[in-house]
Write a protein that binds this ligand. Structure first.
Ligand code: IPM
Ligand code: MG
Length: 355
């Protein structure tokens, strides 16, 4: 029987609760599709700092690189907010992405018809929205030098090289070829030199994909267009910080940030994680929505392991459970038949895999 070796990084806040539910669903789908998982836990974030003094122990990088895929929960919390920057949980995550070389962050924002009333936007605006944000993840202002701060001044630098832009642009065009064949590249080329290079390079790469339509949008306009007419977008190609912001915005088209999965991929290995954070305010109460993590596990099945049938089963179980009105607290006011705990909704999804 095929056995996949998965590194689990539960992290902080609600991380452990939501990962436990994803593992429950993964085990259930594996036994129904005749393969197997072995899991190895690794530390990152605040808990790693507390236990080892480092938010990203080397062992976590080694384990991850030696596994078939990484399933990641969330990191961070107020407890660690006042540490020096390099000790903070977020620095561990950024270093992790860099070490693993996961330069492409894929964030689908798909509106579940079953939750069409859950968005703050009108149903007719969000109906049939299906956007893929392709966010560059290991460059841009998150990593650029010089950076620093004194008492009076703080600075970061947005840097992109042509080759960094080219590889993420290729990803976006290849993904678009599997979808509606439209890429909207987001930049601030009217102000930033780095964005002008971004735009010129994306245009150059687009020549290799004549079947894909390329448009460009300034990031401020893109933020507006996302709520004005989100259906106009198929693939949105963005740099690191613009994609961070726009993917949170896109999540609200779908009703709850607790629903949206992501995949971070590169040449070596993929990291699968919900787009939301560690939600320290609700941690440990059993009310977190594990669906984003379960959907991330499904992306892992599909993209890292090639277990398409299993991924389809998980996706359709999520849809059926939502359709039947099972909701966690974040979605309780939207046609809920039953409000469930984190643990309950995970079990219900696991039970719906073969229905
Ligand atoms: C995300 C998060 C991270 C980011 C933080 C936690 C460093 O917001 O994955 O979107 O900014 O990339
Ligand atoms: Mg973010």
């Amino acid at each position: 029987m095929k056995n996949y070796n998965i590194t689990l990084i539960k992290g902080d806040g609600i991380g452990p609760e939501i990962i436990d539910e994803a593992v429950k669903v993964l085990d259930a789908v594996a036994s129904s599709c005749d393969f197997d998982f072995s899991y190895d836990e690794a530390l990152m974030g605040g808990i790693a700092y507390d236990m080892t003094g480092d938010p990203l122990p080397q062992e976590t990088i080694n384990k991850s690189l030696n596994s078939d895929a990484v399933l990641f929960g969330a990191i961070g919390g107020p407890k660690w907010d006042n540490l020096p920057r390099e000790k903070r949980p977020e620095s561990g995550l950024l270093r992790f992405r860099k070490e693993l070389g996961v330069y492409a962050n894929l964030r689908p924002a798909v509106v579940y018809q079953e939750l069409i009333n859950a968005s703050s936007l009108k149903p007719e605006i969000i109906k049939d929205v299906d956007i893929m944000v392709v966010r560059e993840l290991i460059g841009g202002i998150y990593f650029g030098e010089p950076k620093g701060r004194t008492e009076e001044k703080g600075w970061n630098t947005m840097v992109y090289t042509r080759s960094e832009i080219m590889r993420i642009a290729h990803q976006a065009f290849r993904i678009a070829q599997q979808r509606e064949k439209r890429v909207c590249s987001v930049d601030k080329a009217n102000v930033l030199d780095v964005s002008q290079l971004w735009r010129d390079t994306v245009i150059e790469v687009s020549a290799e994909y004549p079947d894909v339509e390329l448009t460009h949008m300034y990031v401020d306009n893109a933020a507006m267009q996302l709520v004005l007419n989100p259906r106009q977008f198929d693939v949105m190609l963005t740099g690191n910080i613009f994609g961070d912001i726009l993917s949170d915005e896109a999540s609200m088209l779908c009703g709850s940030i607790g629903l949206l999965p992501s995949a971070s991929v590169g040449e070596k290995i993929g990291v699968y994680e919900p787009i939301h954070g560690s939600a320290p305010d609700i941690a440990g109460q059993g009310v977190a929505n594990p669906i984003a993590t379960i959907a991330s596990a499904s992306m892992m099945l599909r993209y890292a392991l090639g277990e398409i049938e299993a991924a389809d089963k998980v996706d359709s179980a999520i849809k059926k459970v939502l359709k039947e009105g099972y909701r966690t607290g974040d979605l309780a006011q939207f046609d809920a038949k039953e409000v469930c705990s984190t643990n309950e909704i995970g079990s219900i999804i696991a039970n719906y895999l073969d229905r």
